[in-house]
Design a protein around this ligand. Structure first.
Ligand SMILES: Nc1ncnc2c1ncn2[C@@H]1O[C@H](COP(=O)(O)OP(=O)(O)O)[C@@H](O)[C@H]1O
Ligand SMILES: C[C@@](O)(CCOP(=O)(O)O)CC(=O)O
Ligand SMILES: [Mg+2]
Length: 416
């Protein structure tokens, strides 16, 4: 059977309710997928041995391209089955790819910034490392388009990584499109996507916990602990949240590194803070099955949100703009915390179900007057991993397309 000549893929962003940063150190975190905020990727087959990548969301208006003859394949040890691949991170490969990113693309005056560099490196890391079993895909052109704010704590890096991993595993013949009659094989494909996406996340974030790529791959609302399978939580998506973007640029890698340095300097203190954050996530899980009234649950959730914010603030990853959001929302008796890596990026605000729309509107207007941007999107609902299109579209149509339209154009199929 011949493989399609193009794949259209989409993966959601995520929001962390509790446990960011602590989750990197093996603690529990609670997160849900953002079905309405997604990254889209169009993969098109080429026959000339070139890999071309377009990511206009990062302000790069032209394509980056690399001939496969430039890639350091000699640094890869392939196993017979990629399913059993040892997922040790290949640091030598990453170092070898750094000078290759610019080759033929940039000159001394035009350099990629560190965000563009990370995006290109994550792609090159995967494309070199995943064995091409499919001679028919001798190169490809990839277009990326995301409706997520990038570098803002909503997991754009993971949803980008999941899209790349899915497209490459499909194009190189490791997985098939979702098959309703073979759910086990489809689930195994999702597991493989998740493992490869985690490698790309490492390129972008340095030391990720894996929560973001797991949520972008498997969707849903989950409690997650490094190394163990995440558990679906029923109650999370019944809450209503506002997500508020400070628009203060930051990258997760720097914030994660900041916490690492602090922990190295004050291990006794920081480990206790991380343990306390763990207790917050566990309290949330306990609360879900405690049988308390909805009203009491809401009150406790507000308290946990405040506690979690104070603790991550003490790790040094808040920002004046995030504190400003807490101040504005608290004037309306709403409770907020930073979400994601912090240092800017987004805050998450819990909104009572019965808050009148005009009151919510008032808060939003006040936030927008302070140059913040608000999103109200369901959490953990339909946040399933990846999709594919049966409709053929070309690159230009893809890039021109309104992102909401992109969501509607095709008959999407889910892996999970
Ligand atoms: N649409 C996209 N196109 C290209 N690169 C992307 C895209 N989305 C995310 N990335 C990569 O992920 C990085 C942001 O990751 P990170 O700092 O972890 O923030 P986030 O909270 O959004 O995950 C970007 O600098 C870029 O390298
Ligand atoms: C800080 C951290 O807990 C979340 C980072 O999320 P984001 O990349 O800022 O969306 C790191 C991680 O878990 O990988
Ligand atoms: Mg990220």
């Amino acid at each position: 059977m011949s493989l399609p000549n193009q794949y259209l893929i989409s993966a959601p962003g995520k929001v962390i309710l509790f446990g960011e940063h602590a989750v990197v150190y093996g603690k529990t975190a609670i997160a849900g997928s953002l079905d309405g905020l997604r990254t889209y990727a169009l993969f098109e087959k080429r026959l000339d041995g070139y890999f071309e990548l377009n990511f206009p969301d990062l302000g790069l208006r032209r394509a980056l391209s690399w001939p496969k003859t430039n890639l350091p394949y000699h640094l890869i040890k392939h196993t017979d089955s990629e399913q059993q691949k040892d997922f040790m991170f290949n640091e030598n490969l990453l170092q070898a790819l750094k000078p290759i990113v610019n080759e033929g693309n940039m000159d001394d005056e035009n350099q990629l910034d560190k965000f563009q560099q990370a995006a290109a490196l994550a792609f090159l890391y995967l494309v070199t490392n995943i064995k091409n079993k499919q001679i028919s895909w001798d190169g490809m052109t990839i277009q990326i388009s995301s409706s997520l704010p990038i570098g803002a704590g909503l997991g754009s890096s993971a949803s980008y990584s999941v899209c790349l991993a899915t497209g490459l595993l499909l194009a190189f013949g490791h997985i098939s499109l979702p098959d309703e009659s073979n759910q086990l094989s489809t689930l195994n494909s999702a597991e493989l996507i998740n493992q490869w996406a985690f490698q790309a996340e490492k390129v972008i974030q340095g030391n990720p916990s894996g929560i973001d790529n797991a949520v972008a791959t498997f969707g849903g609302a989950v409690s997650y602990k490094k190394g163990s399978r995440h558990t679906n939580l029923k109650g999370f998506h019944s809450f209503r949240f506002l997500i508020i973007n400070t628009k203060e640029p930051r990258d997760a890698k720097t914030q994660i590194e900041k916490v690492r340095v602090k922990r190295e300097k004050y291990p006794q203190i920081i480990n206790h803070i991380l343990d306390a954050i763990d207790r917050i996530s566990l309290s949330f899980i306990e609360l879900q099955s405690s049988g308390v009234s909805q009203e009491e649950m809401f009150k406790k959730l507000e308290e946990l949100i405040d506690l979690n914010h104070y603790l991550v603030n003490s790790l040094g990853v808040s920002h004046p703009s995030l504190e400003k959001i807490r101040e504005i929302t608290s004037e309306h008796n709403l409770h907020s915390k930073l979400t994601g890596a912090g240092g800017g990026g987004c805050a998450l605000t819990l909104v009572p179900d019965d808050m009148p729309p005009e009151d919510v509107q008032l808060v939003k207007e006040k936030l927008e007057r302070n140059e913040f941007e608000c999103y109200e999107t369901p959490v953990g609902g339909h946040g399933i991993a990846t999709m594919y299109a049966t409709t053929v579209i070309n690159s230009l149509e893809f890039l021109d397309m309104n992102k909401n339209k992109l969501r509607e154009i095709a008959e999407w199929k889910y892996f999970v």
